[in-house]
Design a binder for this molecule. Structure first.
Ligand code: PLP
Length: 368
C-alpha cells in the first residue's frame, strides 16, 4: 500500500505559497504525478491550479474541486473528445504542441461557438541533464514546437478565429536538481518575449512548466524540495512585463516526498553470493526503478538488528527489471518484515498497473 503523510504535503504546499507570495506567479499541480482523489482534493483546497494531460485527469480535477479557468491541458496527442471536454468547461489554456492540433482545436471551438485559450508549447532545445526518458526539451524529442518554426505557428494562432493566444509554454524535463537548465530556460524566455514584443505581439502569460527534482537519497533530512533557489532563479533572471503572469506546473516536487510504498518481505533467499529480499510489492506498484533506473531510499520498519547485510531488494513480478535496489544496506531482514520504499509519492501510485493480474496498491493517509 501507499502511505501518505498529509503533514508533509501541507508543509510543501505552504512553502510554495510562501515563496510566490507577492509575485505574479501561478502554480499548477501536474495531476499525472499522482491522481489519488484524496491527495488532489487537499491540493485543490490549497488554491493552486491543475496541469492535465488527459480527459480523465480533467474529470478527476473537476471532482477534486480545481477550477476550470485554472487548468492547463498539455500533451502531444489530445483526442477530439478531450479537446471538446476542455472547451466545454472553458479551461484556462490548451498547451498546444503542433500545427495540426492548433487547427483541430480551432475547428472544434468553431463548431461549439467558443474561443479556445491557447499557449504554444515551445521546444527550447535545452538539455535538462536528467534521465533520457524524462528529458523533454531537446530537439530530438516529440514535445513542443521547434524554435525555427515558432514564428509561423504564433502568426497562425493569432489569425485563427476561434483561438485566443495567451502565451508560450515550456517544460524541459523532470527530476532536475541543478538550477542551470532553469537559468537557460529563463534566458530563452527573455529572448522570446523581446523578439515578439518587437513584432508587436504581447503575451499575457508565460508558462515555464515543472521539473523541479527532489532528494530521493535523504527523505527524512531533506523533506522539502529546494523551492527557494528554484523560484529565486525565476525572480532574479526572468524579465516579465507589467501585467504578465508566470505559470509553473510542478508535479514531483509537490507530492514526491509525502508518499512511501509499504511492503512485506515474502522471502529472503540466497543465490551464490547474493542475498535477495523478495517483497510483495513489485514494479506494478512502483515502476520508477525499472523504467528510469531510479533509486529510492529503502528502510526496514520492523528490524533494528545491529547486523547489517547487503541485499538485492526485488519484487515478485516475472521481469528481471523488477528490482528496487541492488546491494542495499539493511539490518538483518527476515520473512514478514515491513519495508518502506521512501519518496514514492510521485509517479508511483499513478503509474501502477495490473500486469501479472496483480491487484492495484491501496492507500492510507496519516496526519489528517
Ligand atoms: C509531467 C509534466 C509536468 C510536471 O513535471 P514534474 O517533473 O513532475 O514537475 C509539468 N508540465 C508538463 C507539460 C508535464 O508533462
Amino acid at each position: 500500500m501507499y502511505y501518505y503523510d498529509m503533514g508533509v504535503l501541507r508543509n510543501t504546499l505552504n512553502e510554495i505559497k510562501r515563496q510566490i507570495e507577492g509575485w505574479p506567479y501561478v502554480v499548477h499541480y501536474a495531476l499525472k504525478a499522482n491522481g489519488n482523489p484524496h491527495l488532489i482534493k487537499e491540493i485543490a483546497s490549497s488554491g493552486i491550479g491543475a496541469d492535465l494531460v488527459s480527459g480523465g485527469e480533467l474529470q478527476a480535477a473537476l471532482e477534486a474541486g480545481f477550477k476550470p479557468d485554472e487548468m492547463n491541458f498539455s500533451g502531444v496527442g489530445k483526442t477530439d473528445w478531450e479537446i471538446r471536454l476542455g472547451l466545454s468547461y472553458g479551461i484556462g489554456s490548451f498547451n498546444v504542441e503542433s500545427v495540426p492540433e492548433l487547427e483541430v482545436i480551432n475547428e472544434l471551438a468553431g463548431e461549439m461557438d467558443v474561443t479556445a485559450n491557447v499557449a504554444i508549447r515551445v521546444n527550447p532545445d535545452i538539455d535538462a541533464h536528467t534521465h533520457k526518458y524524462i528529458t523533454t526539451g531537446t530537439a530530438e524529442n516529440k514535445f513542443g514546437i521547434n524554435l525555427e518554426s515558432l514564428d509561423d505557428v504564433v502568426k497562425k494562432a493569432i489569425q485563427l478565429p476561434n483561438i485566443h493566444l495567451k502565451g508560450l509554454h515550456f517544460h524541459i524535463g523532470s527530476q532536475i536538481t541543478e538550477m542551470k537548465p532553469f537559468v537557460m530556460l529563463c534566458d530563452t524566455v527573455n529572448a522570446l518575449i523581446d523578439s515578439y514584443e518587437q513584432q508587436g505581439v504581447h503575451f499575457e502569460m508565460m508558462n515555464v512548466g515543472g521539473g523541479l527534482g527532489i532528494d530521493y537519497s535523504s527523505p527524512d533530512q531533506h523533506p522539502l524540495p529546494d523551492f527557494k533557489p528554484y523560484f529565486d532563479t525565476f525572480k532574479n533572471r526572468l524579465k516579465l512585463r507589467p501585467g504578465q503572469m508566470l505559470h509553473f506546473e510542478l508535479g514531483r516536487a509537490i507530492v514526491g516526498m509525502c508518499g512511501s510504498l509499504i511492503s512485506r518481505v515474502v522471502f529472503v533467499k540466497q543465490n551464490r553470493d547474493k542475498k535477495f529480499v523478495i517483497l510483495d510489492a513489485g514494479m506494478t506498484d512502483l515502476i520508477r526503478p525499472a523504467l528510469y533506473e531510479a533509486r529510492h531510499e529503502i528502510q526496514n520498519l520492523t528490524s533494528d538488528n545491529e547486523k547489517v547485510e547487503l541485499y538485492d531488494v526485488v519484487g515478485p513480478v516475472c521481469e528481471s527489471s523488477d528490482t528496487f535496489a541492488r546491494d542495499c544496506r539493511l539490518p538483518l531482514t527476515r520473512r514478514g518484515d515491513l519495508i518502506a520504499i521512501r519518496a514514492a509519492g510521485a509517479y508511483g501510485e499513478s503509474m501502477a498497473s495490473t500486469y501479472n493480474m496483480r491487484r492495484l496498491p491501496g492507500s492510507v493517509f496519516a496526519g489528517e
